[in-house]
Design a protein around this ligand. Sequence first.
Ligand code: FES
Length: 157
Amino acid sequence: MPMDVQELFTLIDEEEGGQGSLIAALAAIQERWRYLPPEALLLASARFGVPLSQVYGVATFYNAFSLKPKGRHCLNVCMGTACHVRGSPRVLDRMETKLGVQAGETTRDRQFTLETVNCLGACALGPIVVSDGEYSGQMTPQKVDVLLKHIRRAEEG
Ligand code: FES
């Protein structure tokens, strides 16, 4: 991963000291690289004068942060009870087959990260899949095919 350290410092320098700024800096790093590289956490620790263990504590506390590289597109399959009963295991199964990864993994080409979540609060529309923040309800394995095709086509187009 090409890490532009100066660019990283600039991102972090835009925020001033304190815990809130550390979170903002981590958010900027996450947005730029789609995860928090260990080098970036070290730099953040030095920049904010916060022990590395505390930086890791913040990085692992919030779901928005990831210590593993994420794909360009994030797919979340709801595995809450209502979605489960309505067929989310089959939806997840299709995603895993189509992408060639298990839940929690990222495709080799770093295009997709597949994850599961527990109840997104839209149970009546289950099974729910969230792709890059967009909700799709009443998902079926067939609709998974269409969704992935749509994302790939948009990527090419
Ligand atoms: S269980 Fe899936 S939205 Fe509630």
